[in-house]
Write a protein that binds this ligand. Structure first.
Ligand code: HEM
Length: 538
């Protein structure tokens, strides 16, 4: 008769677990009635027909028929793990978020994923990887829904359906599965050249990580922090793996895809089971919250741009350790619902137009994926802070709400007062001047440069990494049917680096075009190369 509880990261224990754990001395129906046989349906005679009266048959088959839920529209294939995050207090000066105060330990659940492939696709494909972390803090859940690449394909979320449609398999043949070797993908990135920097990152070795344990993670967007004094700071979040950053080489990735398509999820689970708990340091780059929201000429609202660590060093603010595997894949890894709008006091979003669209998208898709509006009651999604939201009813409601007047103020039972001091709110809502101009569907001029950071990244790589990049473009573009698409992508490469363009053109048997933009001479950034990384490898 243990009380209903959940472990810090949502696994049911006690009475609730015994109800759902499917253990016990005998088998029962879903109603708990004892069964003596679950292998033979009730029939009119040994050879049938089956009788409609066999409730157990119908209940068993009915439940099986409805076992599947839709896979995620992107990031369908993933692997999760439980752990803890311990803050070192270095962020306490810039944010009042309680879980970032010195020594505070917070339970976390992390889900790593590929982006394009379906749930059953292979792990070691060339793709971006998701790195989503749920912090179950005392002040509410904070989700850092990031990737292993610090820039994104597009600058405005309104293009997200387009880039995903271009990257997913062609609608007629449904090929290729889970890789970037096809016409629509290269058509998109060569026409929407803002995607070139992101493409360069995953054509490099970062696109085929050795392990989830050896990936960096990035919040990508700029976020706004606020401290107890009300002062705000702009930041970018970074996860740095203590295991170092390591990748496969392409031939290994191809072989592993065939011999062990579960390579990354097996690696993560095996390491944790063996007690080799992977660790990441969480860091922030900080920027003054100026009205123009730029830093050293870089528009901080442009998610296709990084700020090199030489200009803004990453300061470590805590350490995460993953130390427990999920008990049940479906209950935890599949049903977990991340959302960039899950914020706590002291952390807020910015006007980045990609982030703004995400704030709508995740909740919207989860309504379908998880069957209605009550999915925050699923154990893995339950906040560890008290919830008092005045919501009622809906599909899959498992709470029995008390009280007659779910509105405030009310004169029936008093409702619930706001916390003293509205500054405890998760939403910072810094007063900002809005431009006086009319509504516009356009992009700012500061988003126009699509090539210089792809060049900065390429020039920061060691020669062997550059060689891998040239081979990757040659391989992937070689799979395109349309020559005009290959040529257009070569033009984009010419605008990034003449040498790289010449190598890929030679590999494809095409002529290398001349650049149409002026190629700058950026300072290489050490942190961008896996072989010359500034981060100490464990
Ligand atoms: C998953 C939309 C950009 C990281 C998803 C899902 C959707 C989505 C619909 C599936 C969620 C679910 O079914 O629970 C979008 C839109 C974007 C966008 C509309 C741009 C406008 C990004 C960016 C990042 C990112 C920039 C990284 C910074 C992720 C991750 C997941 C995910 C890690 C997997 C979460 C999990 O493991 O459950 N996204 N996304 N997305 N997205 Fe995005």
């Amino acid at each position: 008769d243990a009380p209903e509880t959940v472990t810090p990261t949502g696994v049911p224990t006690g009475a609730q677990k015994s109800l759902h754990s499917q253990s016990g001395a005998w088998l029962t129906t879903a109603q708990g009635a004892r069964l003596y046989d679950t292998d033979h349906s009730l029939k009119a005679g040994a050879r049938g027909p089956s009788l409609l009266q066999d409730h157990h048959l119908r209940e068993k088959i009915m439940h099986f028929d409805h076992e599947r839920i839709p896979e995620r529209v992107v990031h369908a294939r993933g692997a999760g793990a439980h752990g803890t995050f311990v803050a070192n207090g270095a962020a306490a000066g810039v944010t009042k978020a309680g879980f970032l105060a010195s020594g505070v330990e917070t339970p976390v659940f992390v889900r790593f994923s590929t982006v394009v492939g379906s749930r059953g696709s292979a792990d070691t494909v060339r793709d971006t990887r998701g790195f989503a972390t749920k912090f179950y803090t005392d002040e509410g859940t904070f989700d850092l829904v990031g990737n292993n690449i610090p820039v994104f394909f597009i600058q405005d979320g309104i293009k997200f359906p387009d880039v995903v449609h271009a990257a997913k398999p062609h609608p007629d043949r449904e090929i290729p599965q889970a890789q970037s070797a096809h016409d629509t993908f290269w058509d998109f990135v060569s026409l929407h050249t803002e995607a070139q920097a992101h493409t360069m990152w995953f054509m490099a070795d970062r696109g085929i990580p050795r392990s989830y344990r050896t990936m960096e993670g990035f919040g990508v967007h700029t976020f706004r922090l606020q401290n107890a004094a009300g002062e705000t700071t702009l930041v970018k979040f970074h996860w740095k793996p203590k295991q170092g950053v390591h990748s496969l080489v392409w031939e290994e990735a191809l072989m592993i895809n065939g011999t062990d398509p579960d390579f990354h999820r097996r690696d993560l689970a095996d390491a944790i089971e063996a007690g080799a708990f992977p660790e990441w340091e969480l860091g922030i780059q900080t920027f003054p919250d100026t009205p123009d929201e730029t830093f050293e000429g870089i528009d901080l609202l442009d998610p296709t741009k990084i700020v090199p660590e030489e200009l803004a060093p990453v300061q470590v603010i805590g350490t995460m350790t993953l130390n427990a595997n999920p008990t049940n894949y479906f209950a935890e890894t599949e049903q977990v619902a991340f959302h960039p709008g899950h914020l706590v006091p002291g952390i807020d979003v910015t006007n980045d137009a990609l982030l703004q669209a995400r704030l709508f998208s995740y909740l919207d898709t989860q309504l379908t994926r998880l069957g209605g509006p009550n999915f925050s009651q699923i154990p893995i999604n339950r906040p560890q802070a008290p919830v008092n939201d005045m919501f009622r009813d809906g599909f899959h409601q498992t709470a029995v709400h008390a009280g007659a007047a779910p509105y405030r103020p009310n004169s029936i039972d008093g409702g619930c007062p706001f916390l003293a001091g509205e500054d405890m709110s998760a939403y910072i809502e810094v007063p900002q001047e809005l431009p006086a101009s009319a509504k516009k569907r356009e992009k700012p001029a500061s988003f126009d440069d699509h090539f210089s950071q792809a060049r900065l990244f390429y020039l920061s790589l060691a020669p062997v990494e550059q060689e891998h990049v040239a081979q990757a473009y040659t391989f992937e573009l070689g799979k395109c049917y349309e020559e005009n698409i290959r040529k257009r992508q070569l033009q984009a490469l010419a605008n990034i680096d003449a040498d790289l363009c010449a190598k890929v053109a030679a590999g494809l048997g095409l002529e290398a075009p001349a650049p149409t933009v002026e190629l700058g001479d950026p300072e290489p950034s050490a942190a961008l190369s896996q072989l010359r990384g500034s981060w100490p490898l464990a």
